[in-house]
Design a protein around this ligand. Structure first.
Ligand SMILES: Cc1cc2nc3c(=O)[nH]c(=O)nc-3n(C[C@H](O)[C@H](O)[C@H](O)COP(=O)(O)OP(=O)(O)OC[C@H]3O[C@@H](n4cnc5c(N)ncnc54)[C@H](O)[C@@H]3O)c2cc1C
Length: 218
């Protein structure tokens, strides 16, 4: 796996502080939804990890959903890039947090903020293969404006908006998830604290460790 050049071919704002960058890499590689790339700007050897937003069916391009972190070194520069600009990428990476075809059971996706990115990729990919598969998609964010493409997702999401509602807790998960689905796989993605707490709540509710995959954005 080597660093390679990718060209920004499209850019759009998808939430108050999240931009979707569509890039065309020199060499597109197949990937499992949930995986990520490291990104850096040419000549600046300072990289960060970003999950893939697009699906394996989007051959030839890669989409990333970048939350602009005020005071951050790389994310504001990526969000300010102009179409036609270049970045350097290396991937796909991530052996653990990804959906694999042998996972046939229902899915429970639980995200916080930009943790929605890999969950969207998993959701879209799995639904394209098996439209009838039950997927519970729970999102926590400060407000609807912070959720990526909220208007198109809102009917498929269970949400908790922390500016006006309590944080997701064990009771909330117990009420919203069909815990009787013993073959379900759980994907959790968000900040370190978020993933830690949600994992604990699920385990307290009887979900087996082996059913849970989590990724921390730090
Ligand atoms: C596997 C993985 C996948 C990821 N996927 C995504 C994704 O899909 N989308 C996404 O938006 N993010 C994702 N992230 C997070 C991403 O990698 C970056 O961490 C994030 O974009 C912040 O990078 P930055 O360079 O902008 O901020 P940084 O410069 O790393 O700073 C982060 C924060 O720390 C503060 N800070 C930094 N240095 C100091 C200091 N010395 N003193 C005090 N405060 C400081 C900054 O002000 C800022 O608030 C992912 C992370 C991982 C590990």
């Amino acid at each position: 796996m080597n660093w390679q050049k990718a060209t920004l071919i499209k850019k759009r704002q998808s939430a108050e502080d999240v931009w979707v960058l569509t890039v065309k890499p020199e060499k597109w590689e197949p990937f499992d939804p949930g995986q990520f790339y490291q990104l850096q700007l040419p000549g600046i050897f300072l990289d960060r990890c970003y999950s893939i937003l697009s699906t394996p069916a989007d051959e030839g391009i890669l989409e990333f959903g970048i939350q602009c972190i005020p005071g951050g070194v790389l994310s504001p520069q990526l969000c300010e890039m102009e179409v036609g600009g270049s970045i350097e990428i290396i991937g796909p990476q991530g052996a653990y947090f990804n959906w694999k075809p042998e996972m046939r059971g229902p899915l429970v996706l639980i995200g916080g903020g930009s943790g929605m990115v890999p969950l969207i990729s998993i959701y879209n990919h799995v639904k394209s293969l098996d439209p009838g598969l039950p997927i519970t998609f729970i999102m926590s964010a400060k407000s609807p404006e912070k959720i990526m493409d909220y208007n198109s997702w809102k009917d498929r999401l269970i949400t908790r908006f922390t500016s006006s509602e309590p944080r997701i807790d064990q009771d909330f998960l117990q009420n919203k998830i069909d815990l009787a689905q013993k073959d379900a796989m759980y994907f959790i993605c968000g900040s370190g604290r978020f993933t830690y707490d949600i994992k604990n709540y699920l385990e307290n509710l009887g979900v087996e460790k082996i059913q849970i995959q989590s990724e921390q954005f730090f």
